[in-house]
Design a protein around this ligand. Sequence first.
Ligand SMILES: Cc1cc2nc3c(=O)[nH]c(=O)nc-3n(C[C@H](O)[C@H](O)[C@H](O)COP(=O)(O)OP(=O)(O)OC[C@H]3O[C@@H](n4cnc5c(N)ncnc54)[C@H](O)[C@@H]3O)c2cc1C
Length: 455
Amino acid sequence: MEKYDVIVVGGGPGGSIAGKVSAEKGLKTIIFERGKKCGEKNASGVGLVPKIWRDFPDIMKNMDLPSQRISRMSTVHLCDKKGEIITEFAWTPSQLNDYKEGREFMVVMVYRSQFDHWLSEIAVEAGAELKTSTLITDVLRDGDGKIIGVIDENGNKYKGVVIAADGAVSTIAHKSGLRSKFGPNQTTLVVNYDFEAPEKKIDEFIGDNCLHNWFSPLYPGAFNFFKKDGFHIGLGQWYGALDKNLLSYLNTAIKTPAMSRMIKKLEAKPREVHAHALPWLQFPKNTYAENVMLIGDAAGFPCPLEAEGIWHAMYSGRLAALNAAEAIDKNDFSKAQMKKYEDAWIDSPLGEEFAAGKELQEFWAGMSFNPVNMGKSIPFANNMLNLFTGATSHVDMASKIVKDFRDNSSEYIPLLRRFIMPFFARIFEEELSDYSSLLPLLEKMMPKKSNRRRN
Ligand SMILES: Cc1cc2nc3c(=O)[nH]c(=O)nc-3n(C[C@H](O)[C@H](O)[C@H](O)COP(=O)(O)OP(=O)(O)OC[C@H]3O[C@@H](n4cnc5c(N)ncnc54)[C@H](O)[C@@H]3O)c2cc1C
């Protein structure tokens, strides 16, 4: 049996940060990765959010990957039932963000094969051992049934504190008895096509406006991320809400007139198709056991609104490694010591992400991922945006919005009540009825009818 201080299972972003931090603490650390190379088994393209630069500045300042593309703008396409764009809107990073990268970009697009491999090299440089092409199949228990390490597919045994960074379908979570698997309303299936396209075409038509989302009554909300020399179009759905093969939705999406025009214009060719499980929880539970801590997707950390999870994996990886160092220092591998990791993430910006987890997740599931509800709300969003165009008089457009709302209130009000108001109620942490006194106040503030029109 080989002895380590810290055993990290999984060489994704969470695993590499856990490995790096524990090696820097002087702990004998090993990272196991089932792939030949870190990243090759993972969803192939993602956007890295600025929070990663805020919280890991020393690492991220050196990132310069061959296919990265910086997104300084985000665009949303709202489509009708024929798949044509009704309207689009775009926005840029807020200059009110309190750190530089938050003001400079929305995300940096990367391929996981490049990003994960680069991060794993940083962990190795820090002193962690990386063992690729190694599948961990079980936890190792002592004679009393206590978890003391892990076992690989060849029966080799390794002793140490276990940090489970093995993703959505975590073997360690299952074998340590923390859960069998995430439930159907806690996991999404995500499918995507990876396209190759000439860099100069992407530069010409997309540039740094490379984070696109498409919403339509025809398919669940689709993401469309552009890297330097290729892009993804993908979509997902909770397993519990799957009504047909997701790939048929994705095929519908890419064949719509608007998307197929874009694909043609970029001279793009499909290169690969991917399917991945992605946890999408309201609030992660059971993230530790005796001598075991779950991080990243294994813990269910992707953001409850948009399920971005790289920052979450890296952040939790660092917290778990710090707690492993404390446990080793005190020679205490009890549940009480591991609970300190859970307390730490709940009390950190990571825990804050889940403060309104239920409301955010239900909003996304009920609206963006629900083509029927999107079909109902797209015209309303379109009218709101049109208020700020010169296509018609602003008074005319505003009164259209009011009339549309009145005529279709039986469609809009249930959506507002179910998916929007609970979020505000959670934010205000009070019953919204407490604000009802504002309505008479607003009425009082209205100018008298006789004063409203000057001509
Ligand atoms: C299609 C898609 C798009 C996404 N887009 C974004 C995005 O734009 N931005 C964002 O921030 N997040 C995004 N996410 C989420 C993000 O990919 C995950 O949250 C993040 O990768 C979690 O990191 P992790 O290290 O916890 O796990 P993973 O990245 O899943 O890594 C787990 C690693 O463990 C290895 N492994 C698994 N089991 C074993 C085992 N038994 N033995 C050895 N090795 C094992 C795997 O091979 C893998 O390398 C996306 C996810 C998907 C599916």
